[in-house]
Ligand binder design. Sequence first.
Ligand code: BGC
Length: 437
Amino acid sequence: MVQFPAGFQWGISTSAHQYEGGNVHNQWHEWEARGRIRSGDKCGAACNWWTHAEEDLDRAHQLGLNALRVSLEWSRLEPKPGKWDKHAIRRYREILKAIRSRGMRVFTSLHHFTHPTWFEYKGAFTSNEGPRHFDLFTERVITEFGDLCTDWVTFNEPNVYAAFGYLFGEFPPGRVNDLQAGMAALIGVHRAHALAYDTIHRLQPDAGVGIAINYVVFRAATHGLSDRMLARVYDAAFNRSTLSFLKTGSMPGTMSVLAGRVPEVVGKIDFVGLNIYNRLHVRWPKGTDRTGGIFVPPDVPQGDHGIELPYGEAFPDAVIPAVEAYAQLKKPIYILENGVPDRTDRIRPWVIVKTLENVGKLLERGFDIRGYFHWSLVDNFEWNEGWRLRFGLFEVDPRTQKRSPRLSARLYRDIISQNSISDSALEHFGKAPAARV
Ligand code: BGC
């Protein structure tokens, strides 16, 4: 049996664009209109949360959750610079109250990949003015919603935002290998975090302010020096950038020479959020290889396959190095996302049980982990993959909005109600599944 401490936060994570529907003033809507969603799907009503969040919040409550993570859509609140939408403020207040009234602590992200198109046109976080705009947004948010929430995630995954938007062309603005802009975006985001951190604490002294970091294990395909070196570079640049900014004000190792410094961000963190999904394999790329040497071997456990690319190796042990690395900051840690795309729920139970078993072992070793949030409650709009990758404890039919619980919903509910994983669950779901079928 794996026992969790009293008061452990059991949550699920969501984000505005992926859940609400009708978000037409952000850069992702424009990306979709330009035909850049690979599946061709439309975000449309998404999971219908703008009008019907309460129905899923009832489902969340029935699972026994005591925490829930949402994000506020900046482009909905401030569709034009300085023009605030009163209706949107009112609706968000309703949603935050609805979460709290169901006994769940709210964690609110201020930026989960999306922002207004007007902000995108100004160069977003690559522009010198970007952090200041974000800070003004933050100030207004705390003024409007500070009575309903004290746990703030300024940014979701600065590393994914910068890499996918400026190096891989997978997210807007769709740049490819634009290292300079990618670095500027990463620096801008950490600058913005530093400003927002101070603003939040000025207005709300008891607030907790964190960042959610995506942590991927990079495994060298061979013992060869070049493969190992490349895996190490990816690990430093992707996994440790935020860690390094918070500790030293710059990128890790020799990368600090190439990138600008953000001395004002050092130490500005009250809790660490870790988003944990995958392991990727790395070999030194040959001539025409455009994947940067990253691949997923066919014989490892995987859930749904992306339209062109595999999603990654499902790897519950990733939580161990992630926590070990970020514990250096000596702050409470929340696993703010963990899950797997798995339409048939073939390997999700294993991912949940093994990840939580690892969390239990880390707690025993004395790491200060305060909660686990599953990604996600219901199937939702998975960025470039649209409805292709299914992450929900509940299945959604986007045409009818009908929900059906997967087995994992029951499993998660049982773990929460016992505040532990039973021996039978460990035995039943603890064995690594076969590779993708
Ligand atoms: C993101 C989510 C996304 C999830 C699954 C995370 O990196 O924060 O928005 O849906 O991964 O891919």
